[in-house]
Design a protein. Structure first.
Length: 143
């Protein structure tokens, strides 16, 4: 409730409304806020008032990130982190890479298995079609 009162006193009714988008701050701005707080020995809520930041816990989060990761932690983006380099699938180059003997054997085995499964699927489809045709003929004879 105290936070609501403080937000209302600072920003009026707008301070009580939830914003539809997150406000993004640059790493330099975050660092200047943290330096101001340390130099002037102010609390998170006092610092938030000075810089017009609605939620003082935002500054506390910045402080934690700065303590753990330094300035690079303040410059990070929001959301899920991107995959690290080298974990993405390799791009399809024109030059095929050489396969080891075990990879070649596995590839041959997989191709044979694929052929078998495709043939099995075609056989099953043909069998189903023949059974449907036979059922249709028996229904005609009954009439």
């Amino acid at each position: 409730i105290n936070n609501w009162i403080m937000a209302y006193n600072l920003y009026g009714e707008v301070g009580l409304k939830k914003s539809l988008s997150k406000t993004r701050y640059s790493g330099e701005f975050k660092l200047s806020v943290l330096k101001y707080r340390i130099n002037n020995e102010t609390s998170y809520s006092e610092t938030a008032q000075v810089f017009g930041i609605k939620n003082p816990s935002t500054i506390a989060g910045w402080q934690r990130k700065y303590d753990l990761e330094g300035f690079s932690g303040l410059c990070g983006t929001l959301g899920r982190p991107r995959k690290r380099e080298g974990t993405t699938m390799p791009k399809n180059n024109d030059e095929p890479k050489e396969l080891s003997k075990s990879e070649r054997e596995e590839l041959i085995e997989l191709r044979e298995r694929n052929e078998y499964l495709e043939a099995k699927l075609l056989y099953q489809k043909k069998l189903d079609a023949l059974l449907r045709e036979k059922r249709a003929q028996t229904k005609k004879r009954r009439k």
